[in-house]
Design a protein around this ligand. Sequence first.
Ligand code: FAD
Length: 411
Amino acid sequence: MEQTSVVIIGAGPSGSIAAAILKQHHIDCVVLERSLFPRFSIGESLLPACMESLKKANLFDAVNQAGFQLKNGAAFRYQDQYTHFDFTQKYTAGEGTTFQVPRATFDKLLADEAELQGVEIRYQHTVTHVNVESTKPVISVLDQHEQAYQIQADFILDASGYGRVLPRLLELEQPSNLPPRQALFTHVTDHISPELARELDYDRNKITIYVHPENTSVWYWLIPFSHGVCSVGVVGSPEFFEAYPDDNIEALKQLTQEEPHLKRLFRDADFCHMSGKIGGYSANVKHLAGKNYALLGNAGEFLDPVFSSGVTIAMKSAELATEVLIRQFNGEAVDWNKDYAEPLMVGVDTFRAYVEGWYDGRFQNVVFFEQANPEIKKKISSILAGYAWDKTNPYVASPQKRLSTLAELCL
Ligand code: FAD
C-alpha cells in the first residue's frame, strides 16, 4: 500500500495552506481533491488577517500580484443609514487590506502555487472511506477513472469543506446552535461607472452589507471583483424566501429592487445566468481532532457568512494544525485539544458572539451608532478584519460581555 506522512482531503484554502506549510518543513503530504480546478466556490470576500496566513505559507506574493480587487474595509447600509469600518484603522498589528476574489481563480492560484513549492495534488480523487482505528490511518480513494486505491498515512488533515468527509464518516456531526438560514446568490456585470459610484457614495474597495429595509434579520452582500463583476447574495430564513419566485435570478432581481441604494446602483446591471442557493450551512462537530486526524476550516465548524470569516478561520486552522503536527513529527508530546482546538475556538467564539449579536440586533445597533468612540471602533474594526484571536483586544477576550455592554451604550 502507498505510504505518506500526511493525507490532506481537499485543496480549498485550508488544504493548500496546510500543504504548503508542511512542505516547507519537508513533511511529505498528498492532497486528494474531488474536483478539477478551477471550480466554483462561495466565500469571495477575504479578511486582512488571511494575508498573515498566506505569508506563513509563502503564498502572499502570488496573491498580491494576481490583480484581485483590493478590499480595505466593510460598509453597512440600512435604509438611509450608512457607516463603514476602515480595516487600516484597527487595534491589532498586521495587514490592513486584502482582496475580494472569484474563488475559482483564487483557489486554483493557491493550489498551483503550492504545487510549484513541491506539493502533490491529485485532482478528481475522491476520498470515500477512512480507517482511523489501525495504528496508521488508511484512506480509501476513487480516482478519475473510478479506480479504487488506498493510502496509508501517519496523519489525516480533513480540509474537505462542505464535503465534511471525516465528520460524516466518523459520525462527528453535531447540529449548529445557529438557526438554519439560506443564501441566494449570483454574479452580475454591474456597469457601475465612476460617476454613478460617486453619486451614490459607493466604494468599490469595500464589501457592502445591506440590511433589508423591512426585515432586519435579512441582509445582502455586495462583493465587487476587479473585472466589472460583483457578487451579490441575500441571506434569510428559509421561510423568508417562500414569498419570492422559485427562479433564483428572478428572486434576486426582485430582492435587489427592494433595497433603494442597491436598486439605483444596479440600474444598468446584467444578471448572469450562474446562480446558487445554499442552506443549512452552519455546522458543528463533536471534536476538532481525534486519533491521527484533525479537521480544518469548514470540515470543522462553520458559523455564518455575515462577517466573511469563513476563509480566515479556514486558513487559521491550517496554520494552527500544521504547527502542532510539525511538533508531533519532531517527537514532541502534543495535546490536540489544548494545542489546536482550544486556540482555534478563541477566534471562532469571538465571531460567534458577533454573529449572534448581528441577528438579535445588538451588533446592528453598534454598527449604525453615529457617535462611535474611535478607540472602540478600532477594536471592533480589528475583529471585522479577522484579528479575532488577539486576546489583548478586550472585545476578543470577553466578546459576549463586551458586546452586550457596548450595545446598551449605543441604544
Ligand atoms: P473549501 O473551500 O470548501 O474546500 C474544500 C475542498 O474539498 C473542495 O475543493 C472539495 O471539492 C474538496 N472535497 C470535498 N469532499 C471531498 C472528498 N470526499 N474527497 C476529496 N476532496 C473533497 N467565507 C469568507 O471568507 N468570505 C465570504 O465572503 C464568505 N461568504 C460565504 C457565503 C455563504 C452563503 C456561505 C455559505 C459561506 C461563505 N463563506 C465565506 C465561507 C467559505 O465558503 C468557507 O468558509 C471556505 O470556503 C472554507 O474553506 P475550506 O478550505 O475549509 O473548504
